[in-house]
Design a protein around this ligand. Sequence first.
Ligand SMILES: *Cc1c(COP(=O)(O)O)cnc(C)c1O
Length: 483
Amino acid sequence: MTFDSMAIGAGPRATAREDADTRLDTRTLQQLDSAHFLHPFTDHGALGAKGARVIVRGDGIHVWDSDGHKIIDGMSGLWCVNVGYGRTSITQAVARQMDVLPFYNSFFNTTNVPAVKLAEKLAGLAPPGFEHVFFTSSGSEANDTALRMVWRYWQLMDQPERRIVISRRNAYHGSTVAGASLGGMTAMHAQGALPISGIDHIEQPNFAEHGRGLSEAEFGLLAADWLEQKVLELGPDKVAAFIGEPVQGAGGVIIPPQTYWPQIQRICDKYGILLISDEVICGFGRLGTWFGCERMGMRPDLIPFAKGVTSGYVPLGGVLVGERVARALVERGGDFNHGFTYSGHPVACAAALENLRIIEDEKLVERVARETGPHLKAAFARLANHPLVGHAESIGMAAGLNLVRRKGATVHDCEPFARDLAVGMVCRQHMFDNGVIMRAVGDRMIVAPPLVMTVAQIDEMVERIRLCLDLTLNDLRQRGWLD
Ligand SMILES: *Cc1c(COP(=O)(O)O)cnc(C)c1O
């Protein structure tokens, strides 16, 4: 297999400065990288031995590495680049704002024009009842903010003993102390005294893992009822909020049955518990609706967001605050003693405004709902026929498939590979080497492509994925890991 290669830095928008930066050869960059740059979620011993892949350029759905390989970015960077790379109108909006006002804070009764415009824009796009937004610079900070708001809310409601936030195992809510605590990643908890007090977890709504013997609809209700059991165990007067991603992203594109979220909503309503829909991935069109809660059928009180709001061009996050919390916090809360230097950063807000204009003008949300989402779903359903694939699922522009040792009649009868073989990483390497980025979550391979990906590009991506599954199959046979 060959893929299009391109001289580094020779793209249409490459500048003299980029040229100088990228003229360092790959090996030198890797050595400097390994010597000085501590990467997130990375085993540095292994990275040093192998060398990082250096990404130097992006355009549309593609990125290029420092050896000139052109790669389909099936992960939108990291669930971020909804409008694709190389959108010069965002660059221009950012440059203009940098010239006019690169920074001002929004503490002490001050504000700035892009932040005002963006807050108004987001209130218009959000589900009914969301008129307020609090800005942060990341998804983790957004979830920290949501937690602070929940605790403040119950204080203002004269029920300060309501402090516990319930989340799910294998949830991802960021990597600050509160974010990692709210998340359900046991490997993250294990490296510190996490979760912090006041956070509890229930099992995730993963049909493949827990649904044996049930229909998906039955399992959805059962998994939601785990919340009610937990509430009763802790005491309803102690529970402040429930937090969940509409579809778990980092956990492996875990799509709950349709019965799950409406039942979670009923339980939250029954006990007066606040509902937080972490839309850092699902917001801004990923599921074919502006927000994932609309697709999944719940009415949250708080919506943390980040990633897709700027397509990752500039860091920005925030929390959309629904009526119930806003009434307490805004109308009678007095000072809310929380905020960040970069809350409402004018440059980030300018990037977001232009990014949202693109999503609206190009009707990307509608395209995902009507055209590309269904196309991706059909393509992944066909991949499920591959001998290495146990089952495959898809929703909007997010999809996942499980690599299995032996296929079964149902998702519950597949025989998995031994965990320590790390088959997902073997597969991921073949993907990368053949021009497509998929992420491995254990032995589940996932994609979340840019929302601008066309139907033809989906076909090309899925063709490459199938080829790489073949290569992985042969590789595993040669290693003696398959009969
Ligand atoms: C990425 C992510 C976060 C954390 O966002 P950061 O910007 O990395 O802090 C939080 N929640 C979800 C659902 C995410 O996918």
